[in-house]
Design a protein around this ligand. Sequence first.
Ligand code: BYC
Ligand code: FE
Ligand code: FE
Length: 472
Amino acid sequence: MSSVDYSERIPNNVSLAHDRRLQRALEQWQPHFLGWWREMGPHGFDTSQVYLRTAVAVDAAGWATFDYVRMADYRWGIFLAEGEPGKAIEFGIHKGQPVWKEVPGDYRGALRRLIVTQGDTEPASVEQQRLLGGSCPSLYDLRNLFQINVEEARHLLAMVYLLQAYFGRDGREEAEELLNRRSGDSDKPRILGAFNEPTPDWLALYMFTFFTDRDGRFQLASLAESGFDPLSRTCRFMLTEEAHHMFVGDTGVGRVVKRTCELMREHDTDRVRPYGGIDLDLLQRYLNFHFSVSLDLFGSELSTNAANYYSMGLKGRFRESQLEDDHRLQESAYPVLEVEEGRLVTREQPALTALNERLRDNYVDDCQKGVDRWNRTIKAAGIDFELKLPHRAFNRRIGRFADLWVTPQGRVLEEAEWRRLQDQWLPTQADRELVLSLMHPVWQPGKFAGWIAPPLRGINGRPIDFEYVRFD
Ligand code: BYC
Ligand code: FE
Ligand code: FE
């Protein structure tokens, strides 16, 4: 493997030391990035020592180095997964040609757009989670939050590297803009919808990392198939980090479910609010919200953008190389849910334009597995309740269902009727207040807030009562 130069300010395996132009661009950008991190990164923990995983190389030993790090001293690196000699483009009209080491001139705009959209989500999530440290349910959870935050900031750097190394002046301008937009800002919002929604509490964080980081997983996996080799290799390495983000969401929601079930059993009631718990109905409403806004992130069901990205060889399907077809899709069809005279029906559509929907299908299947795990916990507690993914047409803002008023069960209603019932389906003001009222920080090692169960095990083989964060 290529060696990592530790002597540099930015640990990397991209030969930064030998690229003066890129160095200069990054040296300009880096202070702005650090300014952004101070202003918009985790609030109030600059001097804390956090037991973090830092990537210092891309091999098994280097990508998961654990140690205490002062938040203010964190060093973000630029890493690409190892290249494969002789690699060919897997799909689209250039299938079989060698992968590109430079940006193909004709596709420059499309590629830049994909990279900017991906890059924009990373700092957005950090901004959304900025205040959560102050209400952590445990030091274990606090550490996991910061792990995610530093890695999302690294993902920003990963996209900025591509912009600065391969896109010249307009790439540098885009890199600056990534630091200028702000989640939820009315003048300069983040690009995609879900990244402008607030993440005001830890239940929202777990739902976000389960549902929205999982969109990240599927988008990154598609970009990892790219014929533009630097993008592919960057995304491959990002995916290794992404797994932990989804783990935090999966186990986070799972632990809330577990605690709720314990309280239900102990007090023989499904009304656990008086006992400091979060009821299953409320969990379902949070789930409905986060699932539906995350579905929007896949774009329109039929999209010529998606078709073009694929044909150009820029963005593939999930696990493209494992699929058995012609990898061009000019002739094939794919079933897509549509609206006809106010009814939902499935129709065959050209597979190329249906690629967003196909990726959304892969995503929904994966989400269902997590929901099944949570339901096993509920069942094991002897409780008759099932969490469910709402219908994919429910509460959508993007695509063909955006103008439709669909229930979580998939029934199309009139707007007024839907609005009358929406408090059953989406988090209410009272739900939000209840959850916020539970958000008191727990700072003692091994202690957990009363609304969430402890995890099964600690991080990196450490015990659950390990001092994951030290305060000065
Ligand atoms: N909100 O042709 P269409 C992650 C726009 S998450 C607002 O259907 P396309 C992470 C669209 O831009 C992964 N606007 O869309 C997770 C287009 O705009 P124009 C992020 C939206 O292009 C947690 C118009 O609507 N990565 O990493 O086929 C924490 C028509 O769109 C939305 C990527 O997204 C929306 N939800 O597909 C941290 C990968 N959806 O042309 C990080 C890169 C669509 O009218 N992005 N629009 O101005 C893409 O591949 C595509 O841009 C999309 C959209 C899949 C997002
Ligand atoms: Fe990310
Ligand atoms: Fe993530």
